[in-house]
Design a protein around this ligand. Structure first.
Ligand code: S3P
Length: 788
């Protein structure tokens, strides 16, 4: 048979700068130059991973073209023509043809053309049948056999559709057989990683079952739906009026029928069982429609919609809302004055708790003013994952169909908490008491934050909980009570830090514990959990800093109106205080006394703040807050106020920079374990903008640069900050604080990594612009299609 050879001297694309790294292979032989085979060949060539590259394909024009283009050193339609001396063979033919290829490889081994330990891999979509095909040919499986499957593809197929970067950021599943040499597995892993892929080991049967559900079943359904519509008598109208849904759903039915025919047979048993499972789900939803079961149908549809979004974000560790804001930045040009009356979004802490208690209550809970930010949405998703039907959110409105104290169901996947420490710590308490096992995980930032602070006291209550990250961090693995064999028991716990999250976690666990759970806090921390438990009819005893709860009670659903978040209002309070001629009114902001540290501290700094229209909303005090420009003065912040303003320090540091004289913060070590180390990150940013500050172990000393005018007249016209580039460390409050600094900046401030602003304050930039700030939002790359 004809062998085609390239004139190497003329055409080999050798990159001498890379020749120091020896290629991984002496000769790679790719069998099949379709999309995947040719793309891998191109990636091997471009990345200089093999000294020689040869290919086998029945379609000789492709071989000739590949040689002419410098992709191949040699090629043929027959394996024995080119295979000699190969140390890697890649089988890239349709699954049904694999056995014949194995026979050719065996023949080459038998006649000495190939070493018996040569690495043999494939790129086929099914794995069990590849192993069976090898078994049918070889008496014992070759030590170099590593079945693999790159999860990558493209709309077009064939040699001309090849792309060297097809595998970049895609997964490759490798089946590590017990008969295979470890060095062969490692070398193949190196190859895939060198072409940009992420390698994941998986047993062959598991691979086939996963792919049956995620790829084969959807293709089968798409083909079948087109067939169903095409068979109708009025099929012309059906197709003529088929809208986006039909087109989207059936796009994959344009794929190669022969390939899918082969795959359906090659993975027969896994596909049949995926299909059986699908039929059950189809019957169930059919019945819901017949029964007009609105709650259950809404539950199913809502869960499915949210799960689809959730999986994309979970796998990519990206935020829940507005993926187009990924790696977003703010460019802020200085402005002087802020004026207006604005409504701030709902309180984050109360929004979390409304989902938790609403889900555990009996009856329906209606929530208004719910914060549709990433963090609260993470809590919402977690309860949906545990089977709770939640309608909304729709303009801050939610309807939660409570399942009662024992109605949560195990989530089928780890519960993903995104960036939200509150979700993870409070849920840890709830889940430690449930009958079933759970896993809690979060994004990269959350998975670095301390979780032993809740895990350790929960263990004292009898919980079986492991913080499986490094140094007591998440993922958290929680064993259900059914496996532990007995319920939690109450404890009397002295909290080492004034943390509302630890307190709430233990009180929530205490709802199911035998006896009394008592927590004593060193200082007062926010008390929304205690208030909302009482509002849901669950008795809580508060005796100074000692809070106790008896296990075994029930919660009754009702209406919750979430007030505006004082932590979000804080940015605009400082904005008005530090700028010239400003006056802002923030309507119906929560002024729970455990949250008003920001007002007290700003007042100590001489800020002009008045409260009006004070009333109660859903058991929480609220007021309109009006704040005007003032000559701020530096102060020593009383340590007792620290827990009451714990989230507001980043923006208070901006206020302190604009005050006259020094501000000293002590007793605030907790700031180091928030979404970022807020002491270090703020100090870095302030220094970038020219502010003199000194970091201490538990706080910060800031030399304020406000005017030292003795008159009462407000003089906030001089810039305090220069311009510069700020890195937010993906911490929402850092980003918003430096945005506020722009009101006293001499030049433009750019803030990098502002996508996390959505965790607590969706719409921040729009609101800031509305009152007179000049914020330009640069949205990052939209990855949502890839992630979906
Ligand atoms: C929160 C408590 C605070 C706060 C967080 C929300 C809550 O954390 O920083 O943003 O909702 O309970 P700690 O209780 O750990 O200080």
């Amino acid at each position: 048979m004809q062998t085609i050879n390239q004139d190497l001297a003329n055409q080999a694309p050798v990159n001498t700068s890379l020749s120091i790294i020896p290629p991984l292979f002496q000769q790679v032989c790719v069998i099949g130059l379709g999309l995947i085979g040719a793309s891998l060949a191109q990636a091997i060539r471009d990345n200089h991973l093999s000294k020689r590259l040869v290919a086998v394909d029945r379609h000789l024009p492709s071989i000739e073209e590949a040689i002419a283009q410098g992709l191949l050193d040699a090629g043929s339609a027959v394996l024995s023509d080119v295979v000699s001396g190969s140390d890697l063979i890649v089988i890239a033919v349709p699954v049904q043809a694999a056995q014949a290829v194995f026979s050719d490889i065996k023949a080459a081994m038998d006649n000495g053309q190939l070493a018996t330990d040569c690495i043999i891999t494939d790129v086929c979509s099914t794995k069990v049948n590849i192993i069976e095909a090898a078994q049918a040919v070889f008496t014992s499986l070759p030590v170099g056999l590593v079945p693999a499957h790159p999860i990558a593809g493209a709309e077009n197929s064939g040699y001309h559709a090849r792309r060297s970067n097809l595998f970049v950021n895609h997964s490759v599943i490798i089946c590590e057989l017990p008969t295979t040499r470890v060095s062969a597995i490692n070398k193949l892993r190196q190859l895939w990683e060198a072409v940009g892929a992420t390698v994941m080991p998986m047993a062959a049967a598991h691979h086939d079952s996963i792919l049956a559900h995620t790829s084969h079943l959807p293709h089968l359904l798409a083909f079948n739906l087109v067939e169903q519509l095409a068979s109708h008598n009025d099929n012309l109208d059906m197709f003529r009026y088929a809208a986006g849904g039909f087109r989207d759903f059936t796009r994959i039915a344009a794929s190669d029928p022969k390939m899918w025919h082969d795959i359906f047979f090659a993975n027969q048993s896994a596909i049949v069982s995926a299909l059986d499972e699908y039929s059950v789900y189809l019957q169930d939803i059919r019945q819901l429609i017949i029964d007009k079961d609105s709650t259950a149908l809404m539950g199913l549809l809502g869960r499915a919609q949210a799960a689809r979004r959730h999986f994309g974000h979970m796998l990519a560790s990206t935020p829940y809302t507005d993926t187009s804001a990924m790696s977003a930045s703010y460019n802020i040009t200085p402005s002087n004055t802020v004026i207006g009356t604005i409504a701030i979004p709902g309180d984050k802490s109360i929004s979390h708790r409304s989902i938790m208690l609403g889900s555990l209550a009996t009856g329906v809970t209606h929530v208004t003013g719910f914060l549709e930010g990433e963090d609260a949405l993470a809590t919402l998703q977690a309860f949906r994952d545990m089977g709770v039907t939640i309608e909304g959110p729709d303009k801050g409105r939610l309807t939660i169909h409570g399942v009662g104290m024992n109605g949560l169901k195990p989530s089928k996947t780890p519960l993903y908490m995104g960036n939200s420490g509150t979700s993870m710590r409070l849920l840890a308490g709830i889940l430690a008491a449930q009958k079933f096992d759970s896993v809690l995980t979060g994004d990269t930032s959350l998975n670095k934050r301390p979780m032993e602070r809740v895990a350790s006291p929960l263990r004292e209550m009898g919980a079986v909980i492991q913080s499986t990250g490094h140094n007591g961090t998440s993922p958290l693995s929680i064993t259900g009570r059914d496996n532990v064999g007995k319920p939690l028991h109450g404890i009397d716990y002295d909290m080492p830090v004034a943390s509302a999250q630890i307190k709430s976690c233990l009180l929530l666990a205490g709802l199911w514990a035998e006896g009394t759970t008592t927590v004593t806090q060193p200082e007062i921390s926010r008390d929304h959990t205690e208030r909302m438990l009482s509002a849901f009819g669950y008795p809580v005893t508060v005796d100074g800093n000692r809070i106790s709860i008896e296990g075994g009670g029930t919660l009754t659903g009702g209406d919750i109106a979430v007030p505006a978040d004082i932590s979000s209002a804080a940015f605009f309070m400082v904005a008005a205080a530090i700028s010239q001629g400003s006056e802002l009114t923030l309507t119906q902001v929560g002024i729970n006394p455990t949250r008003t540290g920001i007002i007290d501290i700003l007042k100590l700094m001489n800020a002009d703040i008045t409260l009006s229209n004070e009333t109660y909303v859903g058991g929480e005090p609220v007021a309109d807050i009006t704040i005007r420009s003032s000559n701020l003065v530096g102060i020593e912040i009383p340590e007792a106020l620290v827990p009451l303003a714990i989230d507001e320090f980043p923006v208070l540091f901006i206020a302190a920079s604009c005050a006259q004289g020094r501000t000293v913060l002590t007793g605030a070590k907790e700031l180091r374990v928030k979404e970022s180390d807020r002491i270090a990150v703020m100090a870095d940013g302030l220094q970038t903008l020219g502010v003199d500050c000194t970091v201490t172990e538990d706080g910060l000393i800031i030399e304020g640069q406000g005017s030292n005018s003795q008159s009462d007249e407000v003089n906030n016209s001089q810039p305090v900050f220069g311009g510069g580039h700020i890195v937010s460390h993906h911490d929402h409050r850092i980003a918003m604080s430096f945005a506020v600094a722009s009101l006293r900046a001499s030049k433009q401030i750019t803030i990098e990594g502002v996508e996390t602003v959505n965790t607590s304050f969706p719409g921040f930039a729009e609101l800031a612009s509305q009152i007179g700030m000049n914020i330009e939002v640069n949205k990052g790359v939209d990855n949502s299609i890839d992630n979906a």
